[in-house]
Design a protein around this ligand. Structure first.
Ligand SMILES: NC(=O)c1ccc[n+]([C@@H]2O[C@H](COP(=O)([O-])OP(=O)(O)OC[C@H]3O[C@@H](n4cnc5c(N)ncnc54)[C@H](OP(=O)(O)O)[C@@H]3O)[C@@H](O)[C@H]2O)c1
Length: 348
């Protein structure tokens, strides 16, 4: 069994913990917690061992929490750390714990790949560079938008290759996650330099990609409007299903009216954490005109990166062939089954 410590128990960390605790190849050492709040109680209810910063130990214990040790103890007891810290804290964790103790780590998409606070050279996208991250020590799992874009673009590249001239993507991003207590601001905010463009280009270096990003007051997923410009007329194909029917974690839907429809249905279906763990192409909005194809898809912001972390883990630790890793991840997340249910519900 591989000993895994999950450092950070926020929206992403708690999802990784619940999925990884069901994998019999993994021994969950525990989770790292930094504040006393209802998430801490949740971790105990789920019987996860909890580790805290050394200087906070006394405080947590005095308040009656049965803390298993310090963050440093947990890192020491692990074979690999899944860092799910607030944006930017992964860097100090790497410097203070992972490097001194010689431990490998997976970082999340809010960490840097360049500059002073760089944590790793590679950003993982299972559809594109799963094999390249095999046996690496430090890798970043691409963020939700970056994971979604890779999942949509790679099949297009494989089918149409150099017939495609450029991609323009408008990311319409949710302001907060379902569980966030922060206020959802009544504003549409732009991003003068979205990191997503360079993140995607790190694993698809030769594409002409231009990304704009806007945050809107919603908690229900991201929506991507992708415009694909061909050198000539858009090649003939009937439906998006022709391109995506065998793709892991891509559903083709026709009847959803908005992102909330899908999230609400995921909840009604009883999907864990209300996650679909995938992207959903909204077929009925597809437009073809001369050299231009427009597609719209929604991206489960919190859910999509959790199976991606599981795949990345399998490549880094076992160097397992990709098809076997997909099978294993599917057996834990039930993504094929969820996709079937959603396609039946929202199908044409
Ligand atoms: N939310 C999404 O939809 C999403 C999707 C893809 C990727 N990501 C990326 O995933 C990462 C985590 O995001 P999140 O949404 O889970 O954030 P979050 O809900 O704000 O949780 C961050 C967690 O980091 C913990 N923390 C604080 N200091 C830490 C440290 N030094 N080391 C480790 N953990 C520390 C916090 O602990 P306490 O609560 O105990 O203070 C909190 O539980 C970010 O890089 C983000 O960009 C997020």
């Amino acid at each position: 069994m591989v000993r895994v410590f999950i450092n950070g128990y926020g929206n992403i960390g708690r999802r990784i913990a619940s999925a990884f605790s069901h994998d019999e190849e993994i021994q969950l050492v525990g989770i790292g917690k930094y504040s006393i709040d209802e998430r801490l109680d949740e971790a105990f209810t789920k019987k996860f061992k909890v580790y805290v910063p050394e200087q906070e130990m006394e405080d947590f214990r005095q308040k009656g929490y049965d803390i298993s040790g310090t963050i440093s103890d947990a890192v020491k007891a692990s074979d690999i750390v899944i860092d799910a810290a607030k944006d930017g804290f992964g860097y100090s964790n790497k410097k203070n714990f992972y490097i001194p103790m010689g431990k490998g780590a997976i970082f999340q998409g809010g960490e840097d790949r360049a500059g002073e606070k760089k944590v790793a050279d590679l950003i993982h996208n299972s559809r594109i560079n799963y094999d390249k991250v095999a046996n690496q020590k430090y890798v970043i799992q691409g963020s939700c938008n970056v994971s979604g874009m890779g999942r949509i673009m790679q099949p297009l590249i494989e089918k149409f290759g150099d017939k495609i001239q450029r991609y323009d993507v408008t990311l319409i991003r949710r302001s907060a996650d379902l569980e966030d207590t922060k206020e959802v601001k009544d504003s549409i905010e732009w991003d003068k330099n979205p990191h997503h463009q360079e993140d995607v280009k790190s694993f698809l270096p030769s594409v002409n990609l231009y990304v704009e990003a806007y945050k809107v007051p919603s908690r229900m997923m991201h929506l991507h409007q992708m415009t694909i410009r061909f050198k000539d007329k858009v090649p003939y194909f009937d439906s998006m299903s022709e391109i995506y029917h065998d793709e892991f974690g891509v559903a083709v839907l026709a009847k959803a009216k908005g992102t909330a429809d899908i999230r609400t249905k995921a909840r009604e279906f009883g999907f864990k954490h209300d996650d679909t763990n995938m992207v959903h192409i909204h077929e009925e909005t597809m437009r073809k005109s001369d050299d231009t194809l427009k597609i719209l898809y929604s991206d489960d912001q919190t859910g999509i990166v959790i199976p991606e972390n599981h795949l990345l883990f399998q490549s880094m630790i076992f160097g397992r062939p990709k098809s076997k890793a997909y099978k294993r991840t599917d057996s834990i997340f039930q993504i094929s089954k969820k996709r079937e249910m959603l396609e039946k519900e929202f199908g044409a």
